[in-house]
Each structure stands twice: as C-alpha cells, then as structure tokens.
Design a protein around this ligand. Structure first.
Ligand code: COA
Length: 321
C-alpha cells in the first residue's frame, strides 16, 4: 500500500511499455546511401535493421510508450505525479518533452522534466524517480527514454549512420509496500567529462559525431569494473542475474561483457539486432520487449546499465516486474 506524500523505503518497476515507428531501415537499404555492406555492419556491430520515425516526434513516441506502460500497470493518468523523459535528440525543447507527454496523456500537475545524459539517460532518470519517491517528493512516476536519433544522424558518415534508430521505452515506478523488498537497487552513476569530445551532438542542428574506436576501448577497460560494482551495491552476484540489459551500442561489447562478468544464467538483451542503437531508449525498449515476449520471469534480478555521451554511465539492478 502506498503512503501518499510520505517517504518510502524503496521503489519498484510496476510495468514497462515501448514504441517503435513502423518504417524499417535495413542494412541493405543503407548500402544504397553510403559505402557499406550488410556483412561489415553485422560483424562489427550486430545490427540488422533499425526503425525510422517519419512524422512522429520524440514526444509522440514517448507518449505511446508511456501509455502502454500505464495500461500494462492497470493504472490511469490520475495515478501519476512525476514524469521524467531522458532524451538527447529532441529538437523541440520548450515545453519540454515531459510536459508534452503529460498533456498528451492527460496527467494533471505532475513534476515534469527532461534529463540529458546521452545513452545512460534512462538509468539516471530511474534513479532520480527512485530517490524522489523514497524522499516522499513523488508518489508514482513515469520514467521514459525516447529518442529520434535519425534527426541528428549524418547520412553521409558511414561510421555513424549505420548505428542509430528511433524508439521509446517507459517504466511505471512506485513505492513498495511496507512488507515488500525494494525492486530498484542502488544506482551507480558517474562520468568521465575529460572524454566528452569523443561523442558529441553540437550546434543548432548538429549531428552525432563519434570516435567509435576510442569509445570502444573505454568500454573494454571501464564497463567490467562499473557493472561489477553495480551488482556488488545491489548485493547480487552476476551469476544470480536473470537478465542483462546493457545499452545496445554493439553486440561485440554486450555479449563478451556478460560472459566476462559471469552473468551465465542471465537472458542477455540483443535488441540492437532489430533496433540499432536508440540511445536513452535502448535499455527500456529492450527490457520491455523481453518482458512482453515472456523471456524474463517476474521477480528475477535484472541488470540495467547505460553508457554514452559525456562520457556518462549509470546502472542499477532491478526486480523484473
Ligand atoms: N561500412 C564499411 N566500412 C566501414 C564502416 C561502414 N559502415 N564504418 C567504418 N568502416 C571502415 C573504416 O573506414 C575502417 O577502415 P580502414 O581500416 O580502412 O581505415 C574500418 O572500417 C574500421 O573502422 P573502425 O571505426 O575502427 O571500426 P570499429 O570496428 O571500431 O567499429 C564502431 C565502429 C562504432 C561500431 C565501434 O567502434 C563501436 O561500437 N564503438 C563504441 C560505440 C559506443 O559504445 N558508443 C557509446 C554509446 S552510443
């Protein structure tokens, strides 16, 4: 039972939802735009296709994902008093995306704000909602990651344009009952601002520019330590994880990482194959799909971990809704 307005001993994810636009951009399609091959993209990154929003905005996709999460939770807009949207690609900045989503769904008077930490945005937003609810500053939150990366993708740059897609994923987060264990573990969040120049979106209508090999090397040295520490803070051994949902940047990062950490019993999210890299949307999108397909059992510990522009990173172990 929720105590409205009072502090809570912890939070949990009640339900997830996601949205992807209908238009598919395959590797074959990209060979007609830049000098690339399906073989190169598949072997170097693992992507087969990604989705492209045509008329939909970031707010439209966020609204659709959030609406599904609410429906999956069996809740209405009246049950929500906080909306956080993690995004780094919204062209429309005022009103912020969170207010647009709240207005679209008919959520009245929520605390509504956007948050930009690049590809780790969802995990930062989830931690922020968790902290707000535990402090008694909110009761039930919609936490959304939504990106229209194709708006900021340079389709003359073969090193980056093959990577990105559009999507949104959302979670409903609420206080746990007095006799329930918290379902959102302690966050590990941080950054290495000295490496900011390796992944940028700058200027009025700037494109994503990435020094891929440098970021790749950073993932190899840093991610194993950071994820091991995230599990340690949650009191969960990697071998006890039921799900491993890391930012969908490259299968060559994700799969060896899960193996190296000893996440041998976890279902490893591989949504990048069909969605590409969707930045802040990638983790909630992949988690929502695993749940929808019945690939994760309710209650199992699932690692969420995001990393990207900043360079920023954040993660936590959650109980699968
Ligand atoms: N098709 C064909 N060849 C391509 C290509 C493409 N789309 N893109 C690059 N190449 C070529 C390069 O020109 C280079 O050729 P050269 O050896 O003749 O100079 C070669 O392939 C290797 O390029 P490189 O950039 O070293 O590729 P990579 O193996 O590092 O893969 C990434 C590139 C981006 C997939 C990889 O570096 C990566 O995943 N980095 C981390 C991304 C990340 O985690 N970001 C943070 C979150 S968004």
């Amino acid at each position: 039972m929720i105590t409205p307005g009072g502090p809570a001993r912890g939070t949990k994810i009640v339900a997830m939802g996601h949205y992807q636009p209908a238009k598919v951009l395959t590797n074959e399609d990209l060979t007609r735009i830049v000098d690339t091959t399906d073989e190169w993209i598949t072997s170097r990154v693992g992507i087969k296709e990604r989705r492209v929003a045509e008329n939909e905005t970031v707010a439209d996709m966020a609204t659709a994902a959030a609406g599904k999460a609410l429906a999956n939770a069996g809740l209405t807009p009246y049950d929500i008093d906080q909306v956080i949207v993690a995004t780094c690609s919204s062209i429309d900045r005022c009103p912020n995306v969170a207010c647009r989503v709240a207005n679209n769904l008919g959520i009245t008077a929520p605390a509504a704000f956007d948050l930009n930490t690049g590809c780790s945005g969802f995990e930062y937003a989830l931690a922020t909602a968790d902290h707000a609810i535990r402090a008694g500053a909110a009761r039930r939150a919609l936490v959304i990651g939504a990106e229209k990366l194709t708006d900021v993708t340079d389709y003359t740059d073969r090193t980056s344009c093959i990577l990105f897609g559009d999507a949104a994923g959302a979670a409903v987060v609420e206080a746990v009952a007095d006799d329930e264990e918290p379902g959102v573990g302690p966050v590990l969040w941080g950054s290495d601002p000295s490496k900011g120049s390796v992944l940028t979106i700058e200027g009025r209508r700037g494109y994503i520019k990435q020094d891929g090999p440098t970021v790749f090397r950073w993932t190899q040295t840093e991610l194993p330590k950071l994820i091991a520490e995230t599990c340690r803070r949650a009191g969960v051994e990697p071998s006890e994880l039921g799900g491993f949902v890391a930012h969908q940047a490259n299968l060559r990062i994700i799969e060896p990482l899960a193996k190296k950490l000893g996440a041998t019993n976890a279902v490893v999210a591989r949504d990048i194959v069909e969605s590409g890299n969707t930045s802040a949307a990638s983790v909630p999108l992949a988690l929502s799909k695993l749940i929808e397909r019945g690939e994760l059992t309710s209650g199992v510990p699932v690692l969420l971990f995001g990393f990207g522009g900043g360079l920023t990173y954040a993660g936590q172990v959650v109980r699968c809704p």
